[in-house]
Design a protein around this ligand. Structure first.
Ligand code: TYM
Length: 328
C-alpha cells in the first residue's frame, strides 16, 4: 500500500488555505492509509529570519492545531522534524547528487531570495531537505497544495538520480496528491492565501472574526449592482462555498447569483454558516488541548518514536548502498 507522508511549516497558525489544500486531505487519508506520517517541519521554518520565542510557540501551536483539525495519533504518526535527526543526515547525502542549477531555478527560492540582502545557503537547500523528509520514509504519495508541486518534482528527480547512481530501485518517486481545493486564494482575491501576505482566515478564529474578514472580501469584480448577474465560476467566495457548503447549497447559491437580485452579502452569510459548522468543532478541540497539553506532547513523542524507527532502518540501508557502512 502507498505510504503517505506530508509536512507543514510552523510559520503561523493553520489557516483555511493549508487546511483545504492539504490538512483536510491528511485527515481523510489516515483512514485509508494506515501508517501515514505527518511532520511539523521546524528545520524548514528557520531558513528565513525568525524569533526563537515565536518559533517555540508556533511549533507547539501547529502540533496542537493539526490534532484539533483531526490528525489522529492512533492512526497516523505526528512528529516534530527536529526530533528525528536523520532528516538532516539524508538531506546532506542528497546535496551531493543535486545540481546547483536545479535549486537556483526553484520558484519559491527565487521569490524569497530576491527580497534578501544576504541569502542563507539553507534557503537554497530547502527543497533538498524536503526531498529527504519524504524519501526517508520511502513515501510515494504526498498530500499537498499546488504550490508544492515543483518541490515534489525535485524530490522525484532526487529519487531517480540516487537509484541510478547506486544501482538500486530503492526510493519510490513520490507524487503529489492534490484536491479540488489545491489553491485557495486570499480574501483579496489577488494571490494565494498565505500567512506572509496577511490575507488568511485562521482555523481558530471566532465566528465574528471570520465574518469581519469575509464581509469585505472580493467577489466577481464585474458585479457592481445587485441587479448585475454574477459569475460564480470566477468568484472567490464561490470557491469557498465549494469547500464549505453542501452540493445542494452550492447549486442554490450559483443559481441565485447568476440570475441576479441576490446580493453578495446574502451569499456570504450562507458561506459563514458552512464555515462555522465545520470550524467550530476544530476550535473546540483546540481549546480542549490547551487545557491538556500532555496530549499534544504524548502524541509528538509517540510519533517521533515511530518515525525514528523507520528512519533508522532507511539510513542503515542507504549508508550501506553508499559505501558508508563497514570499514573494509
Ligand atoms: P506550507 O507550510 O507552506 O503549507 C502546508 C501545506 O498547505 C498547503 N497550502 C495551500 N494549499 C492551498 N491553498 C493555499 N493557499 C495554501 N497555502 C498552503 C501547501 O501546499 C502545503 O501542502 N515546503 C512545505 C513544507 C514541507 C513539506 C515537506 C510538504 C516540508 N517538507 C515534505 C510535503 C512533504 C511548505 O512550506 O508547506
Amino acid at each position: 500500500m502507498a505510504r503517505i507522508f506530508s509536512g507543514i511549516q510552523p510559520s503561523g497558525e493553520l489557516h483555511i488555505g493549508n487546511y483545504l489544500g492539504a490538512v483536510k486531505n491528511w485527515v481523510r487519508l489516515q483512514d485509508t492509509h494506515p501508517g501515514a506520517i505527518y511532520c511539523v517541519v521546524d528545520y524548514h521554518a528557520i531558513t528565513g529570519t525568525y524569533d526563537t520565542a515565536v518559533l517555540r510557540a508556533r511549533r507547539w501551536g501547529m502540533a496542537k492545531s493539526l490534532l484539533a483539525a483531526g490528525v489522529d495519533p492512533s492512526k497516523a504518526a505526528l512528529f516534530m522534524q527536529s526530533d528525528v535527526p536523520a532528516h538532516t543526515e539524508l538531506s546532506w547525502l542528497f546535496t551531493t547528487l543535486t545540481p546547483l542549477g536545479d535549486l537556483e531555478r526553484q520558484t519559491q527560492f527565487k521569490d524569497k531570495s530576491s527580497k534578501m540582502e544576504s541569502i542563507p545557503a539553507g534557503l537554497l537547500m530547502y527543497p533538498v531537505l524536503q526531498a529527504a523528509d519524504i524519501l526517508l520514509y520511502r513515501a510515494d504519495s504526498v498530500p499537498v497544495g499546488e504550490d508544492q508541486v515543483q518541490h515534489l518534482e525535485l524530490a522525484r528527480d532526487t529519487a531517480r538520480k540516487w537509484n541510478a547512481k547506486f544501482d538500486q530501485p530503492y526510493f519510490p518517486e513520490p507524487k503529489p496528491l492534490l484536491t479540488p481545493t489545491r489553491r485557495i486564494m486570499g480574501l483579496d482575491g489577488q494571490a494565494k492565501m498565505s500567512k506572509s501576505l496577511g490575507n488568511t482566515i485562521a482555523l481558530h478564529e471566532t465566528d465574528e472574526e471570520i465574518w469581519a474578514k469575509i464581509r469585505p472580501a472580493v467577489t466577481d469584480p464585474q458585479r457592481v449592482r445587485k441587479s448585475d448577474p454574477g459569475r460564480p465560476e470566477v468568484c472567490n467566495i464561490f470557491q469557498l462555498h465549494k469547500a464549505f457548503s453542501s452540493d445542494e447549497t452550492q447549486t442554490h447559491v450559483a443559481q441565485q447569483c447568476s440570475t441576479a437580485g441576490w446580493g453578495c452579502m446574502d451569499c456570504k452569510k450562507v458561506l459563514l454558516e458552512g464555515m462555522v459548522l465545520e470550524l467550530t468543532p476544530i476550535r473546540r478541540r483546540s481549546e480542549e488541548l490547551d487545557a491538556e497539553p500532555a496530549r499534544v506532547l504524548d502524541a509528538l513523542a509517540d510519533g517521533a518514536a515511530t518515525a525514528r524507527a523507520i528512519a533508522g532502518e532507511t539510513m542503515r540501508e542507504v549508508r550501506g548502498y553508499m559505501g558508508l557502512d563497514v570499514l573494509a
